[in-house]
Design a protein around this ligand. Structure first.
Ligand code: ZN
Ligand code: ZN
Length: 228
């Protein structure tokens, strides 16, 4: 039985996705096809923003996030680590909290002092951290949605770049973009003032949200025709 709680860490969710979806995803999808699923459900979530349909936003962005985790599992990327490296309670560009990029645009990131004691232990803690770096009050929900779409595209580009040459530099690009995607994903939930981890734990009370099994036994047909 694979169960999630609202106080889960990012790593616990990543592990949950491995337990429940690694086998079916390995059998059904290559990396490009999983990217497609991230986009498919991500864009449905963005449609939810336009339609002001909160349930649609929540459900689709959670499914999109689970496919995102499946890609990271396949590439053996520990996303919690990468997020902290890129956002150590500071904006990844201007090194401030809250972000002051609008006031001063820095071209290169300087070496920063990282205060390990501030590192969040839970997914909720990371969501709170991002709300302090990038306050929801400084943008609209639509703005947060556009930014998420942008970062989904950049993550996808980074994966394709890595798949073409397979250099270490390009792999680093994948890790950077993964952290950026995550920051924008929780940004949408901050704009909605909804606790992301709590929604994830409600969506996956036990095992796969659709078939209830761990590992998931949903057929390809079910995934292909999944309405959300
Ligand atoms: Zn900034
Ligand atoms: Zn299933």
């Amino acid at each position: 039985m694979s169960t999630l709680f609202p106080d889960m860490s990012i790593q616990q969710f990543q592990f949950f996705v491995r337990e429940v979806y690694e086998i079916p995803n390995n059998r059904h999808f290559d990396i490009g096809e999983m990217l497609n699923q991230i986009q498919r459900f991500g864009m449905r979530g963005i449609k939810g923003i336009r339609k002001k349909d909160i349930e649609k936003i929540k459900k689709n962005l959670i499914i999109s996030f689970s496919f995102f985790m499946s890609i990271l599992n396949r590439l053996n990327i520990d996303i919690g680590e990468e997020i902290w490296k890129r956002f150590p309670y500071l904006c990844s560009y201007c090194n401030s909290c809250p972000c002051s990029c609008k006031e001063k645009k820095s071209v290169f990131r300087q070496v920063v002092y990282v205060d390990e004691s501030k590192r969040p232990q839970t997914l909720s803690g990371f969501q709170k951290m991002f709300n302090e770096i990038y306050p929801a009050s400084s943008r609209t929900l639509e703005h947060a949605g556009v930014h998420l779409a942008e970062e989904t595209g950049e993550f996808s580009e980074a994966i394709w770049a890595y798949r073409s040459n397979r250099t270490d530099e390009e792999f680093k690009g994948v890790m950077f973009e993964a952290a950026d995607y995550f920051s924008c994903l929780v940004g949408v939930f901050n704009s909605l003032n909804i606790n992301f981890a709590e929604e994830i734990s409600k969506f996956y009370p036990h095992n796969c949200h659709k078939c209830g099994n761990s590992p998931c036994v949903c057929s390809y047909e079910i995934i292909k025709n999944y309405e959300s």
